[in-house]
Write a protein that binds this ligand. Structure first.
Ligand code: GAL
Length: 961
């Protein structure tokens, strides 16, 4: 097909938001007006550029029998229909020349027919609605062009009444991967073209409203709600039978109500009745304000225990089905999360219905990000170029009009990472005018000129503390500074959950609880965006051959791509638990604090249990008095004794998101000192043929290394300092903290040499002196192993003295050894059941745990250090018959076991690269380096650093079985 290159800007490259569509209005799931879903199989043809084909396909009678089918909602790149997903974080994957896009512009022509259902009411209008199409579309019905639109995650409607036919109708869409809109949609995620949300034909009967706006405030002083429903384009009445309301639309009605909060998502069923349509409403009464420098809902300060949620499914991308949406929210509720930022675009509209129902505070964010301009020093940034302002306003309007009737939405966000500019100011002004009853958020402009909240991403703990004291660095303009300093503070993003981590959550939480101004934050992010992949299990950036990409930075969620909770989510649940249970003022007593913002503890049962060495002695119910939010009480179980005491707060009744008995919060206290291992000294080393025997141990006489313990072969036992760097160890280039993962490798901590200086068999011990150091540097660790024995017990004391100028912390400090692969069963007394590191250990519960070695691994999408268990008193590795090895710590230690070495783990890029070998490799660590959040945020806090310093630690080994 020949093409003429002209100067005329094609519609997909002009800056306008679109043409031919209807003004935006509220979305609602159902009414008595008929509607037809046009989801399902559509005929599909892919072209390599925007005008490779003419538009004749849109004409009725076009023969598309040679086309393939794609499913709508869906992305064609995920359906084997040509092209592939592509991931970039900040950088635009095309030359930046706004609003122009590349000639290589994959274009998907979509076609389907449909028949109108019988019995549609006479008269009225019909509307075609597209809930989400990336990145733009031109639309035809029965050969007639309706118009075009941009704004991928926003709804677009067209009036089609006079074009509909009684028989077969032909709907055609031409979708381009790239458009001027792509410049406004540079979010950190996969680029995924397609019709990825619902397509619906909605009948609009005569006398149906054009739109409506529910206002439902709550006055905490008198307990009254005021309901007013504006109805546009029709006469209407509002019926709310439970409260006896039957009032004309537009008229306020005030009466006592139960308020809506995320903790108590009380919704009243109501109806908007107009001559042409009855629309069900779910009303939640609540009022959100900033007062005295804090955000208050219904008169009370609240604390966001939030998460950033992108829409993602490992098979269908941003086409997320209703079950998955609900699953996300149920998982959030089960993990004590009370808030969602819809990063970085309005979600599928049904998601907000679920937030209303299940109870989540929502920051609804506009579909706007121009981050790729940052590397150009924001030259030509669309948000500061008035030619783009109509497109920005269109986006703001589409979001607000669509989502304005949700109780859960309390904050509008202008977008993400767009720098600053007049376009944002225009959006803010429009939103304020249209909906003064909600707050405004935008993080990217530190002056906070246009917004109600001071919001930041990834500040350090130290900075949050300053902000909490309203003592942050002043802003240059005194007036703006004063205004900002008076604002509430939230972190719209913090705690980067990439790979192992995030670390440091507890320390942030303490700041939120200490400073009224700090109203919590939103962990980045909810789910890893890894695509199910036949070879890699989960694919990330670069796995589809992208020319530019940002690797596994797209896998930074609290859920793995298949929605299994990662240890980060388990940790977050514990850190934000709404009830604090801790040791009380005397042995055996507990303090219980109500950390909810609104409710008492009446919905919870409290249960105590008493264990000795992991064996349950007794358990019972614990009476906790009614406590108002913030109040504490000391309680004592009606039993006593040494050992481990655990108190759990569990749901007293079934809820929609978890059953009765679901654990909301817990705390532990140990009464009496834990038993120390019996000493293992007294036996003397005995030299044999090439070996030295000591108690149950047999050592290589030349190297001093143990070769057997009882009947168990032991391989390569020695000091180990290496771990496969985590994403957080490796850090991000823009972070000020030193990137230890890179430094460790430069220093060669992954290839330490072990020089043998002496093997000394003395009266009561076998002593092996070594120096452990990397090639090329004068740093080293003088390491002495002192072996002793008594009966069937073998003792080891390791002394480590650093030499040289160690400026970096050590990844770990402990011993490592291999056991035959058969010893794949682990049992330990200590923290569990999941992994923990010094700054991710809040959720490690003391107890007796048992797991296969395979189940000790955490499947980070990009393999890295994982699986340590904290605070371990003893650990055992056994084969099927119960034979094996037991290690007791002179002090609590960190226990890790895996079927590959740290070096092999380090070399793995994807999960299947980890291959089980002939050993189970065991690390018993005296100490390990913390995790931090430096893959995007701050590094490890000083108190969780493992600085190189003289250390001594010991274990007692015995053979089992
Ligand atoms: C933020 C951004 C997010 C994401 C995150 C890092 O700067 O807003 O979209 O990129 O960093 O994963």
């Amino acid at each position: 097909m020949s093409r003429t290159v002209t100067d005329a800007t094609p519609w997909y490259e002009d800056m306008s938001p679109g043409s031919g569509g209807l003004a935006p209005r509220s979305w609602y799931a159902a009414s008595d007006a008929p509607r037809v879903s046009l989801n399902g199989d559509w005929a599909f043809r892919l072209s390599p550029d925007a005008d490779a084909e003419d538009a004749s396909f849109a004409q009725p009678g076009f023969d598309a029998s040679a086309w393939r089918a794609v499913e709508v909602p869906g992305h064609w790149v995920l359906q084997g229909a040509g092209g592939a997903p592509a991931y970039t974080n900040v950088v635009y994957p095309f030359p930046v020349d706004p609003p122009r896009v590349p000639s290589e512009n994959p274009t998907g022509d979509h076609l389907r027919t449909f028949t109108l259902p019988a019995g549609l009411p006479e008269g009225g209008e019909s509307v075609l609605r597209f809930d989400g199409v990336e990145s733009c579309a031109r639309v035809w019905l029965n050969g007639q062009e309706l118009g075009d639109f941009k704004g991928s995650r926003l709804p677009h409607e067209f009036a089609v009444g006079d074009l509909l036919r009684a028989g077969e109708n032909v709907l055609a869409l031409r979708v381009h991967a790239w458009s001027s809109g792509s410049y406004l949609e540079d979010q950190d995620q996969w680029w995924l073209p397609g019709i990825f949300r619902d397509v619906t034909l909605l009948h609009r009967p005569q006398g149906a409203p054009r739109d409506f706006f529910v206002h439902a405030g709550y006055d905490h002083r008198d307990g009254c709600g005021t309901l007013r429903v504006e109805c546009d384009g029709a006469e209407g009445r509002v019926l709310l039978p439970e409260l006896g309301i039957d009032a004309p639309a537009g008229e306020p009605v005030t009466l006592p109500v139960e308020p809506w909060t995320a903790e108590t998502p009380r919704l009243y069923d109501a109806e908007l009745v107009t001559p042409g349509e009855r629309i069900p409403l779910r009303i939640g009464f609540r009022t959100v304000v900033v007062e005295d420098g804090v955000i208050k809902v219904n008169g009370r300060r609240l604390l966001f225990r939030g998460v950033n949620r992108h829409e993602f499914h490992p098979e269908t991308g941003r086409a997320v089905d209703a079950r998955t949406m609900r699953r996300d929210l149920v998982l959030m509720k089960q993990h004590n999360i009370n808030a969602v930022r819809t990063s970085h675009y309005p979600p599928h509209p049904a998601f907000l219905d679920l937030c209303d129902e299940l109870g989540l505070w929502v920051i609804d964010e506009c579909d706007l990000e121009t981050h790729g301009f940052v590397d150009l020093e924001w030259r030509n940034n669309p948000v500061d170029d008035e030619r783009w302002t109509p497109a920005l306003l269109d986006r703001a309007e589409r979001m607000v009009e669509r989502d304005k009737n949700h109780a859960s939405v309390i904050i509008w966000s202008l977008g993400n990472e767009c720098g600053s500019g007049r376009g944002l100011t225009a959006m803010a002004a429009w939103i304020r005018g249209r909906d003064p009853e909600r707050l405004l958020h935008y993080e990217g402009d530190l002056s906070c000129e246009d917004v109600d909240l001071y919001s930041r991403m990834y500040p350090t703990h130290a900075e949050v503390e300053l902000i909490g004291r309203r003592a942050e660095e002043p802003w240059a303009d005194a007036e703006l500074d004063a205004r900002r300093r008076a604002m509430p503070f939230i972190m719209c993003e913090y705690a980067h959950a990439m790979g192992n981590g995030p670390g440091g959550l507890s320390e942030y939480q303490r700041l939120f609880e200490r400073y009224e101004r700090c109203q919590g934050g939103f962990v980045w992010e909810w789910i890893d965006h890894g695509f199910a992949h036949p070879e890699h299990v989960f694919a990330y950036g670069g796995d589809f051959g992208e020319e530019l990409h940002d690797g596994n930075f797209v896998c930074d969620g609290l859920l793995f791509p298949d929605r299994t909770p990662s240890p980060g989510l388990v940790e977050y649940k514990k850190v934000i638990e709404p009830v604090r249970i801790g040791p009380g003022s005397s042995a055996g007593a507990f303090t219980v604090t109500n950390g909810y913002d609104f409710t008492g503890l009446g919905h919870l049962d409290f249960v105590w249990s008493h264990e000795v060495e992991g064996v349950l002695v007794d358990s019972g119910a614990l009476a906790v008095p009614e406590l108002a939010p913030g109040a504490s009480a000391e309680v004592v179980p009606d039993a006593a004794g040494d050992g481990l005491w655990t108190v759990r707060a569990v749901l007293a009744e079934d809820t929609v998101w978890a059953g009765r008995g679901h654990v909301v919060a817990w705390g532990q206290a140990e009464v009496g000192a834990p038993a120390a291992p019996a000493p293992a000294t007294g036996a003397r080393p005995v030299r044999g043929e090439g070996v030295i025997a000591l108690g149950p141990g047999v050592f290589d006489a030349a190297t001093g290394a143990p070769v057997r313990l009882g009947d168990v072969a032991v391989e390569g036992l020695r000091l180990d300092v290496w771990r496969a760097p985590t994403d957080n160890d490796n850090g991000a280039p823009w972070q000020p903290d030193e990137r230890y993962g890179l430094r460790w490798r430069e220093l060669g901590l992954h290839r330490m040499r072990h020089r043998l200086d002496a093997v000394e068999a003395a009266e009561d011990a076998l002593t092996v002196r070594t120096r452990v150091a990397p090639a090329g540097w004068d740093l080293g660790l003088r390491t002495t192993y002192r072996w002793t024995a008594a009966g069937d017990r073998l003792g080891l004391t390791v002394s480590v003295v650093p030499e040289g100028d160690w400026r970096v912390p050590l990844p770990r400090l402990g011993i490592r050894f291999g056991l035959p692969a058969a010893f794949g069963g682990a049992r330990w007394f200590g923290g569990g059941p999941g992994e923990a590191y010094p700054d991710t250990r809040a959720a490690a519960m003391l107890g007796l745990w048992e797991r296969d070695v395979d189940a000790l691994q955490t499947p980070y999408v990009r393999p890295q250090e994982n699986g340590a268990r904290a605070d371990v008193r003893w650990a055992e590795l056994t084969d099927g018959s119960g034979a094996g090895l037991r290690a007791e710590g002179g002090a609590p230690f960190w226990f890790t076991a895996r079927r590959w070495t740290s070096e092999q783990l380090d070399a793995a890029e994807h999960l299947p690269d980890q291959v089980a070998g002939e050993h189970v490799w065991v690390n018993l660590d005296h100490a390990v380096q913390g995790i931090g959040s430096q893959s995007c945020g701050p590094g490890v806090l000083p108190e969780h650093r493992l600085d190189a310093a003289p250390a001594e630690f010991s274990f007692v080994f015995s053979a089992l079985g």
